[in-house]
Write a protein that binds this ligand. Sequence first.
Ligand code: CO
Length: 214
Amino acid sequence: MNDLDQLFENNARWAKAINEEDPTFFAKLAKQQAPEYLWIGCSDARVPANEIVGMLPGDLFVHRNVANVVLHTDLNCLSVIQYAVDVLKVKHILVTGHYGCGGVRASMRDDQLGLIDGWLRTIRDLYYKHRDHIASFPTEEAQVDRLCELNVVQQVANVSHTSIVQNAWHRGQALAVHGCIYGIKDGIWKNLNVTISSPEQLPAQYRLRPYRPV
Ligand code: CO
């Protein structure tokens, strides 16, 4: 038996089940995708975007990386956001962290893991910024979980500060950036209630005027 046989069998069963439910499902999807949501989450295998929020293929545009980081120099993540906002016109961006995130935990420790340390560096900066607050939590687990939440809040801000999102607002496009967190221990996806949906919610220092070529 081939190493991947089980996976192909699973896939055949899955496609058949969807077809039985709605024989036009894949044909309709092949013509276009019109998701209302962009999910930005962690690569962690325990955080499967579609399953968590009960979404079918076509419902969710997805970007995942280690520790759900949004950097202003990351061409990959920014391209996903730009396409989702400008072309697909998603209405909601769901920045979703998760408790017990290994990337966040690594950002709090002094072990070297290699290339990934550079990727996680801004989370270490965030840990340093909030070190006193985080130290007030009694266990390492609780401290990691708190930094997981603070990381989501920071990434919501980073998404909102992009010219992509601010230009969508300038055009009058409805777009909300939400911060959520998922519990790998209980399967619960929770709203952190830090939604940003207009430029007025941004600090003045991050607000951009509409682009005017000179
Ligand atoms: Co993670």
